[in-house]
Ligand binder design. Structure first.
Ligand SMILES: CC(C)(COP(=O)(O)OP(=O)(O)OC[C@H]1O[C@@H](n2cnc3c(N)ncnc32)[C@H](O)[C@@H]1OP(=O)(O)O)[C@@H](O)C(=O)NCCC(=O)NCCS
Length: 228
């Protein structure tokens, strides 16, 4: 079932709503999660050291939870309400080693979350993926800022955000549904203007052009053909 979009105008573009969409970084593919990823996702999502730092991963991890997550992630991606991407290394057997997520809020801001399998920690994978996600959000949507929060004491996550250019805003109680209520979190933010100004801005590959409206592209092609 597709999610009920409360604010249907605040969405990711058509480009990300098709499961051929993917992002490439130096070492990773970021692509839609698929049914065959369930075992690899469950293998790290079920670990307490991963789940307890997140807002959404339940612990204990129910049987079939990865299947449910994948179905929901694909439905939200297709509806343009979110961008859930699985991380796999470009070389080797390429099992999923992590997840990144961006959700559009009703105010048109994006909120991100991420997790990496412990055996892959400390290699810069989360930072590489978050930077690519940030670029996709700012290049492909009109979001003025991206928000993220991190449980107090989650120093690895805070470091990922700092390396991706985020600034610490404040500390407060935030709802972490899978942790059963409000928990102290550090809140971070990256403004589009800072991303652009500070040289963090990275252009998307040419496929991003596809996000422009077909009408606009056709009109340009017609004008070009007429020599205008
Ligand atoms: C947070 C997480 C995604 C980081 O993944 P990762 O691939 O190891 O991240 P990176 O390698 O890109 O960067 C980690 C940084 O944190 C640092 N770090 C790790 N543990 C640390 C600690 N205990 N104290 C201080 N810094 C720490 C690393 O040294 C590295 O910084 P550096 O490059 O300056 O040395 C991973 O630990 C994880 O999945 N944790 C559980 C889920 C989670 O916390 N998700 C985020 C929810 S907000």
């Amino acid at each position: 079932m597709l999610p009920d979009l409360k604010f249907p105008d605040v969405k990711f573009p058509d480009l990300t709503s098709d499961d051929v969409f993917r992002l490439e970084t130096k070492r990773l593919w970021l692509r839609w999660p698929r049914a065959s990823d369930a075992a690899a996702i469950a293998a790290f999502a079920a670990l307490p050291e991963v789940a307890r730092m997140t807002a959404a991963i339940p612990h204990p991890y129910p049987a079939r939870e990865a299947d449910r997550f994948i179905l929901q992630a694909r439905a939200e991606n297709a509806a343009g309400a979110a961008l859930h991407l699985a991380l796999s290394q470009k070389t080797g057997a390429r099992p999923v080693i992590g997840l990144v997520t961006a959700v559009m809020t009703e105010t048109g801001e994006a909120e991100i979350g991420y997790a990496v399998a412990p055996q892959a920690w400390g290699n810069g994978f989360a930072t590489e993926a978050v930077k690519a996600l940030v670029d996709a959000i700012f290049n492909l949507s009109a979001a003025p800022r991206i928000r993220a929060n991190s449980r107090l004491g989650n120093l690895a996550s805070q470091r990922v955000l700092e390396k991706a250019g985020f600034s610490h805003i404040d500390t407060g109680l935030d709802l972490l549904p899978a942790r059963g209520g409000l928990h102290s979190c550090n809140r971070f933010c990256l403004e589009r203007t800072d991303w652009r100004r500070s040289g963090l801005e990275r252009r998307m590959p040419p496929m991003a052009q596809q996000s422009r409206s077909a009408t606009e592209t056709l009109a340009e092609a017609a004008a070009e053909a007429l020599g205008e």
